[in-house]
Design a protein around this ligand. Structure first.
Ligand code: C2E
Ligand code: CA
Ligand code: CA
Ligand code: CA
Length: 279
């Protein structure tokens, strides 16, 4: 038995080692990814209840020269453990602002709101507000057209600091959405204390919405609560017509998911929306 245990420990060791090595590879290759222009932003359109596009979420993709397309779930958490997330986020903000500026020149897209994901580490950087202000100034972005998606992980830090920073961002004309809502530490206190514009119901609650009574109850109460606190609610991960109609019946007014549109490159968004052509 001892022998067997030893072997399986050796096996686990090797497994852990392989994972650690893979992370290390990812980490060292991430260093070069910006310089080599391997990142790309995809945009997932967001819709109102009457099927109109009101904005999009920017989602990063890493086109690795040999490993192919790497999903953000496989490198953002690694980047977040180090300071590498900082230059990556700056690249995302800059690239997103250039796109948003482009939309603001076009009649059909001029009122779209663009959401970007900001990791806690970036948000907590001392000069984050200043950096955002710089981007808004450089590109002359319209007030309230840029939205930051922040996760609840921020809230376990220092609530007062978080609130002050959010207020400063709001004063610049930046919207704030609480992402993955319901999966973390959210409490009703937070919703009341923070100057949020939107909560985003996590897709894990939407998946089984047609049969899971407790998911339905949670979504219902989030919608009621948000209404009472004057917050927008958006549902993510809306994959089917049934999801959409069910959510609409519950009073949800904003939607994002494969049923409406997948994350796409700009050129595909243009090709798929005739109103954007020839403009
Ligand atoms: P997230 O912010 O919760 O983004 C939503 C994820 O759900 C995206 O995955 C999106 O492609 C996916 N999704 C959209 N519609 C559907 C649907 O109908 N069904 C299902 N099952 N999934 C759907 P993606 O693009 O792989 O991004 C994963 C996560 O990586 C994001 O989760 C976010 O946490 C992070 N991420 C992505 N881009 C960035 C970025 O630029 N900066 C930072 N800090 N994080 C990012
Ligand atoms: Ca998000
Ligand atoms: Ca989310
Ligand atoms: Ca997520």
């Amino acid at each position: 038995l001892a022998k067997k245990n030893e072997q399986s420990f050796a096996f686990f060791d090797r497994q852990a080692n392989n994972i650690a090595q893979a992370h290390l590879d990812t980490y060292s290759q991430l260093h070069k990814a910006i310089e080599y222009k391997e990142f790309e932003l995809y945009y997932q359109l967001q819709y109102t209840e009457d099927n109109k596009i009101f904005g999009a979420e920017a989602l990063i993709r890493w086109n690795h020269p040999t490993r192919g397309r790497i999903s953000p779930d496989d490198f953002i958490p690694i980047a977040e453990k180090t300071t590498l997330i900082l230059p990556i986020t700056s690249w995302v903000i800059n690239t997103a602002c250039i796109q948003l500026k482009q939309w603001q020149k076009n009649d059909y897209t001029k009122d779209w709101v663009l959401a970007i994901n900001i990791s806690a580490k970036q948000f907590l950087e001392e000069n984050f507000v200043k950096e955002m202000q710089n981007y808004l100034n450089i590109y002359k972005i319209k007030k309230n057209s840029l939205k930051l998606e922040l996760t609840e992980s921020l809230l376990v830090k220092d609530l007062d600091t978080t609130r002050d920073k959010m207020k400063a961002l709001k004063d610049l004309g930046i919207q704030i959405s609480l992402d993955d809502f319901g999966t973390g530490y959210s409490s009703l206190q937070y919703l009341k204390k923070l100057p949020l514009d939107q909560v985003k119901i996590d897709k894990s609650f939407i998946k089984n919405i047609l049969e899971d009574k407790s998911d339905i109850a949670i979504i219902k109460s989030v919608i009621l609560l948000a209404e009472a606190l004057d917050l927008q609610v958006i549902a993510e991960g809306v994959e089917t017509k049934e999801h959409y109609e069910f959510l609409k019946d519950l009073g949800c007014k904003l939607f994002q998911g494969f049923y409406f549109a997948k994350p796409q490159r700009i050129k595909d968004i243009v090709a798929n929306n005739y109103k954007l052509l020839n403009k």
